[in-house]
Write a new protein. Sequence first.
Length: 604
Amino acid sequence: MAGFISEETIEAVSNNTDIVSVIGEYTKLENRGANDYWGCCPFHGEKTPSFHVDASQKFYYCFGCHASGNIIKFVMEMEKLSYPDAITTLAKKQGIPVKYKDGYEGVKNFQKDNSSELYIELYERTASMFHYLLTETQMGKAALDYITKRGLTADTIKKFKLGFAPADPKWLKNFLRQKNFSDDFLNKSGLFSQKYPDYSFFTNRLMFPIFNRKGQIVAFGGRVIPPADESQRKYLNSGDLPQFKKRETLFGFNFAKNSIRQNKKIIFCEGNMDVIAYHQCGLDYAVATLGTALTQEHIKMIQGFVADGYVYLSFDSDGAGQEATKKAIKLCRENNLAVKVIRLKGGKDPAEIMLKFGAENLTSQVNNAILDSDYFLLRLGEKYPIDTPEGKTKAALEYFEYVDSLRSDIQKESCLEQLCQTYNLKPEAVKRDYINRNQARERINIRPQNNNQRETKIQIKLDAELRGLIAVTADIDQFKVLRSELNENDFSNPAAKRLFKILEECFDEHKTSVPDILNHCNDEELCRLISSDLSEGVYKKDDVAAVVTDTIKFIKRNKLEDARNKLMQRIKNYVINTEDDKRQFNTLLAEKMELDKQVQTLLK
């Protein structure tokens, strides 16, 4: 499908998109120069910013994980989109019309019918209808009374567009049919039972629209309304859909992302009502997972915003909630994120505390959250009899699992010291047990190397040929000089051959920006090398002409020396038997002298 989008559209998206603004939605960027921006990498966890965005050249590069590319690639990676979908997303953001090659309207219509756009439109309209039923009809009165009694205001209900799904399982299908949605489309939408297609998946429930990070409604969560049949599941969430993946979505993130960025903190909750209560109390950096544990994809969404802040965990105090807290702490720590745990008192959840004691009390409890190391020690002290050697041993061994997740040796040592002080243990014994345990695990985890598994990635040789061509990307106008003296076949390095061809295509098509070059380059490693050198400022525009001159001399000299070496071998092996052989031999000597002269000229 990528080939059907016009080059005009791709060029307009690449050149007109503000790369700093778009990337700034995923990680906080700091201006350190006219066009230089730095932040914590959104692709991997880090404390010290190593992610560089060049606003003028419109590309990014991470000195930590080596992620690199232009704005189209960034959106593809962050949003898990295909190339054409990333272009379409950015085009819509900039108000750029998406044009197709050769007027290929059939492709455009086919792509639209099979994209997530129509499903988003369906969910937006359904959410509006559910919201109307909740707030304006007798049908939704019981649900409205329930959330009003739980302390939610009219503004909060409107902000989160809460709704009500009717008790009649056939009501929704009939309503949407009247809006000209086909049965085939509706049956694939996730709104209806697979076994009974006319029956709605959500019936007689308080409805929570689930928004993507752009504020579009992509799915639903539904809660039963008390009193309810105990056989019913209390909460239901939409399954994975073309426009919605649970592992990659956080409830409330669209409302919270700016506050998360500004406050450098985020609250992870268990339920939708928890998020809404926090937001109503002014703690608008709260989000919730959607029926899944905290995932690596969730961490990736937020780590650029809170790399130098805190992740707050607000899970239930029951066994399942504490286990979720434990796993979430380890995942955050493995991604180098600092963690605090909110231990709610006075109510079973944030909404109840808000209703009983008000927003100030809930805010105070968040401000008094404890560090994850303290949380573990308190929890283990409650779980094991630490007044006995056996209890201390079990508590220490479980605490070691937390220590394993820490990225810093200083943090590990500090936490082991805290364990000793809390449980009155000798530091030498604790450190010895920790080291011996890890050594034993390493021995167990040793596996014989599979000789059949070979590294298939081709390593790029960064030599003078390739360096010269990378320099040209800083000032592609110099390619005219390079091409007047050399061609693709003059390069011996395969990567240099590929880059020469890419530069030739860009130059001929008058596409001279770094994003254009990266767009033409399908080699990840080559893109990384280009982005790395340009980000480091290895090649300044004023120096490129001299580099090109040196590259031309280097390659010509190598070609001449190669030809001379081959000629020398012929001379060395030449046998003279006749006068004709002697004349031919003298011709070879003359050719060698000429080659020597040309080499000397290049060396000057």
